[in-house]
Design a protein around this ligand. Structure first.
Ligand code: URA
Length: 209
């Protein structure tokens, strides 16, 4: 397993993940909980970011205080990534957001790209890629390769559920990319769904079941 896999061990995160797993959760509940997890996971994912001393005047005196040295770029793997990105933007509203559209070939489970739009200065920014489900890892690995090809260097990957298969694939293909997950699940079924999982994150977010 990846040395760089961090499973966030926090009661609030575990509670929110359990809410997402519930098949009875309505799309509004699912969306809100996914958004909250986006904010909670960002807390962990931004831990290594550098700070810079900034001149700030409090109501009482002037001082120098640490603020983030660089505004990260978020990248959503469409479409389920958007649910997490909403919560990440709640925390860092100045972040810019790139989008990668990939679909899974149902025969081969390989990722096929249909959309790619990222900021020009991605090489100079910390990049946080969001996809709630790290299943086979095909889409995630393809997205990370594409981002590196476009110049991205300091990349982290944020997900809600990681399957051991996906975490292993990323550790093999992108060992430089830390993975931050809310939970590590048991495995995949023969259709590539995570077990016990939460079903199709995109369909549940957008009520397209
Ligand atoms: N994508 C999903 O939305 N769910 C899974 O279980 C696997 C991939």
């Amino acid at each position: 397993m990846s040395a760089s896999l961090t499973v966030v061990d926090h009661p609030l995160v575990r509670h929110k993940v359990a809410l997402l797993r519930d098949r009875a959760a309505a799309p509004a509940t699912f969306r809100r909980t996914m958004r909250e997890l986006g904010a909670l996971l960002l807390y962990e994912a931004t831990r290594p970011l550098p700070l810079a001393e900034t001149d700030i005047e409090t109501p009482l005196e002037r001082g120098r205080f640490p603020t983030l040295a660089e505004v990260p770029c978020f990248v959503s793997i469409l479409r389920a990534g958007n649910g997490l990105i909403d919560g990440m933007l709640d925390m860092l509203p100045d972040a810019s957001v790139g989008h990668i559209g990939l679909y899974r070939d149902h025969e081969t489970l390989e990722a096929i790209e249909y959309y790619f739009r990222i900021p020009d200065d991605i090489a100079r920014r910390p990049v946080l890629v969001a996809d709630p489900m790290l299943a086979t890892g095909h889409s995630a690995a393809a997205a990370l390769s594409r981002l590196k090809q476009a110049g991205a260097r300091r990349i982290s990957f944020v997900c809600v559920l990681a399957a051991p298969e996906g975490a292993r694939r990323l550790a093999e293909t992108h060992p430089d990319v830390p993975v931050i997950a809310a939970a590590l699940d048991r495995g995949l079924n023969d259709k590539g769904y995570i077990l016990p999982g939460l079903g199709d994150a995109g369909d549940r977010t957008y009520g397209t079941l």
